[in-house]
Ligand binder design. Structure first.
Ligand code: NAP
Length: 323
């Protein structure tokens, strides 16, 4: 297939392009920052610069590329600063998930593109009732806390618009596996605490496994929603100390919910104490997906173990120079 990948230069896009090419697909990869062109070309794709928020430019690029399929992986979260108000941090990404998705779907309709796959998100979205692990059939949070309503609405828009158009929405877990993963800095500096009872459940996914599932979804076709997460949704009190240890950092701090509410806001408290994880049973069953890193336990070591060892060796070296 000729596959138009929007966001080919990004964290997931850059893992996805080589896997698509390995599967015999031809890739047209979009980027937005001028410096990303070479990166996309080096991955083996035809690089095209497009701003997804310019619907006319999106239409022109898609018509010119004549793809059989479109995959939407554009977000704007690299180097994002996470504060009390998640909607503020996610505002550019929310536009890519609403306006950007609509522009790509309109272009797909005009160009007669038969397949459409888009990036959605699984963690922190399901209703905070019942068991800790949710399927695609389960209710989404009907009352997201203040400061997260626009972000939740944007993801819901993407899920609904894509499936209504006959495409696939992939609700990924929290991505990890890249050198600039957003979690590394805060966990190293002990800025990411266990809040209250630490029972908020997170679902993770290694970027390589996320890319593999995306290729399978593309080739499977049809319409639907899939959770693309690993086998071990886990409470913060379980996964966070393991991540800190793997990074060679000190154990995470514990703070009471009321203190976290004052410092980081209600959204952080809900994520840390009430959020639900997601089940990958449907993706395994229908897409024939198997994971290279079935749990973040192996994945964190594969992604960060070497980095932590290098840092430890560097620290030893500095200590012996000082001696
Ligand atoms: N994806 C998530 O839901 C999520 C959630 C929380 C944290 N994070 C963290 O965020 C970091 C990665 O950020 P990311 O997921 O946003 O990926 P990214 O690596 O920033 O990639 C985003 C892709 O979208 C493109 N893009 C951005 N704005 C665009 C626009 N207006 N029009 C067209 N394309 C546009 C980028 O192009 P250029 O590269 O050319 O700019 C890039 O190809 C990781 O550390 C990850 O852990 C991600």
């Amino acid at each position: 297939m000729r596959v138009f990948v929007a966001g080919a230069s990004g964290a997931i896009g850059s893992r996805l392009v080589p896997q698509l090419i390995n599967h015999g697909h031809e890739v047209i990869g979009t980027y937005r920052s001028p410096g990303s062109a070479e990166r996309v070309s080096r991955l083996g794709a035809t690089a095209v610069r497009v701003d997804l928020l310019d619907a006319g430019a999106v239409r022109a690029a898609v018509l010119k590329s004549r793809p059989d399929a479109i995959i939407h992986q554009a977000t704007a979260l690299a180097n994002a600063r996470f504060g009390r108000n998640l909607d503020r941090t996610f505002a550019p990404t929310n536009r890519l998930r609403t306006e950007g998705t609509d522009a790509l779907l309109a272009a797909a309709a005009d160009a007669g593109v038969g397949r459409f796959v888009a990036q959605s998100f699984a963690s922190y979205r399901y209703a905070r009732i019942g068991g800790p692990v949710k399927t695609e059939e389960d209710l989404l949070d009907p009352a997201p806390v203040a400061g997260t309503t626009e972000t939740n609405a944007a993801m819901r828009h993407l899920d609904e618009a894509v499936t209504a158009a006959g495409g696939i929405s992939l609700r990924y877990g929290g991505f990890y596996g890249a050198a600039n993963d957003g979690l590394i800095g805060p966990v190293r500096k002990r800025f990411f605490p266990i809040i209250g009872n630490g029972e908020g459940v997170m679902s993770f996914i290694h970027l390589d496994d996320a890319a593999a599932a995306t290729v399978l979804a593309l080739e499977h076709g049809g319409s639907g929603i899939y959770n693309i997460v690993d086998d071990e949704p886990a409470p913060t009190r379980v996964w966070l100390p393991v991540l800190a240890q793997t990074l060679g950092a000190k154990p995470p701090r514990h703070i009471p919910a009321w203190v976290a509410r004052l410092i980081a806001g209600e959204g952080a408290v809900v994520m840390g104490t009430e959020s639900r994880g997601a089940s990958n049973a449907k993706a395994k069953r229908e897409l024939g997906w198997s994971l290279r890193y079935p749990s973040w336990r192996q994945g964190f070591i594969a992604a960060y173990g070497a980095v932590a060892q290098t840092d430890a060796r560097r620290a030893d070296g500095m200590a012996s120079i000082a001696r």
